[in-house]
Design a protein around this ligand. Structure first.
Ligand code: AMP
Ligand code: ZN
Length: 114
């Protein structure tokens, strides 16, 4: 999608520090890390947010979680654990309107809300 930052990152029009890529998914380091390891995992298909998912996207969401598991294994933080965060819409604090899952790791994470 034009004028979408993360679509531009997928196309290589905006630089990113890639962590993982397959035919459906792209993952890269967050530019403003909130933990020692902070990775964003996104679908290559432009979906604005969780609120825009349909039943047809169910396999894709499963693939995202499998990719996160692979990344956790490859980057060595699977054993110690990690946190996955998705912000959805205005009240959720979503700033980039291309579905993304924050993966935070590398320290004992605090500030649990739930
Ligand atoms: P959210 O607030 O959930 O929409 O998260 C957007 C995330 O994208 C923030 O954590 C930003 O630091 C991150 N971000 C914004 N621009 C870039 C970029 N060019 N490369 C990597 N991460 C980015
Ligand atoms: Zn996009």
């Amino acid at each position: 999608m034009e004028d979408c930052l993360f679509c531009k990152i997928i196309k290589g029009e905006v630089p990113s520090n890639k962590v993982y890529e397959d035919e459906d998914i792209y993952a890269f380091y967050d530019i403003n890390p909130a933990a020692p390891i902070h990775i964003l995992v996104i679908p290559k298909k432009h979906i604005a947010s969780v609120a825009d998912l349909t039943a047809a996207d169910e396999p894709l969401i499963g693939k995202i979680y499998t990719a996160i598991n692979k990344i956790a294994e490859e980057k060595g933080f699977k054993k110690d654990g990690f946190r996955i965060i998705n912000n959805c819409g205005k009240n959720g604090g979503q700033e980039v309107m291309h579905l993304h899952f924050h993966v935070l790791a590398g320290k004992q994470l605090g500030e649990k809300i739930v």
